[in-house]
Write a protein that binds this ligand. Structure first.
Ligand code: URA
Length: 265
């Protein structure tokens, strides 16, 4: 860059080589933002720029389970330092049979430092087409719960699913499909490290908690998912068919809000 001197001022002048350098910087920022977008990050977090350290004495049982994958097909996912690395590690995944029918792999979306993480079952038709979780009718209801009920923006929370590809005809994911995707979900939870997980619906709840106990007995009660508090609640798609049960979800969500508002342990 050259400096041009005037009577009382100095003015920088861009030379050709500076313009090339400037273009390189613009291109590199663009690539950086595109990588973030692919990993479902649309806004840069307001709070806590930089990696959140585990709270002193925090019980994190997340990483240890993945160590066995270090030299497997999941090695890069295990080593991922952020959500973008994890998305790259998943790549054009062909690890299970769901990959053959998908339009988009639905990774997850939201604040990479969210305090609240919602986990659903798996993408439906709209999600498969758009590549984003919870964007169909059930998704609109979830968005209403977040915005109108909780007073948050969708971008403040993080949203993911137990499996990242749509099961055909929206059937429940099968055990081998869940097992193929599980290391990615565990790593996603570890990277976001939310204070609270809200598990949506019988399938997600039972598969996260590895239980067959009915959702009616699990919901509304705090559980533990690898050291993180988990609140099971009813699935928004169920609420569309049974609107009278919305009050139950509101009871569960109030517990989540109380937890988030309480000082962290
Ligand atoms: N239902 C889910 O469980 N997840 C989605 O992403 C959409 C609908």
């Amino acid at each position: 860059m050259m400096l041009r001197y005037f009577q009382n001022s100095v003015e920088p002048v861009l030379e050709y080589s500076d313009q090339e350098e400037f273009q390189r910087i613009v291109d590199s920022v663009r690539r950086h933002l595109q990588r973030k977008e692919r990993a479902g990050i649309r806004l840069l977090p307001r709070r806590q720029i930089g990696k959140r350290e585990p709270e002193a004495g925090a019980k994190m049982t997340l990483l240890s389970d993945l160590e066995g994958h270090l030299f497997s097909d999941y090695g890069a996912a295990y080593k991922a330092g952020d959500l973008e690395d994890l998305r790259d590690a998943i790549g054009d995944c062909r690890r299970c049979k769901l990959s053959s029918g998908r339009t988009h792999l639905v990774f997850g979306v939201g604040n990479p430092r969210a305090e609240i993480m919602f986990i659903g079952e798996g993408p439906g038709r709209d999600e498969d087409l758009q590549g984003e979780p919870f964007v169909g009718r059930a998704g609109q209801l979830l968005t209403d719960i977040i915005t109108k009920g909780m007073g948050l923006r969708r971008e403040d929370v993080y949203i993911a699913n137990v499996v990242k590809c749509r099961p055909p005809e929206n059937r429940n994911p099968e055990p081998d499909e869940i097992a193929s995707c599980e290391p990615f979900l565990i790593k996603q939870v570890e990277l976001v490290r939310p204070r609270v997980i809200v598990a949506l619906g019988k399938f997600a709840v039972q598969s996260l908690l590895k239980t067959k106990t009915p959702i009616t007995r699990l919901r509304g009660i705090w559980h533990d998912y690898r050291g993180i508090r988990l609140m099971p609640t009813l699935h928004p798609a169920y609420l569309l068919r049974n609107p009278g049960d919305k009050k139950l979800v509101w009871e569960d969500i109030k517990k989540v809000l109380a937890e988030i508002r309480s000082p962290s342990a």
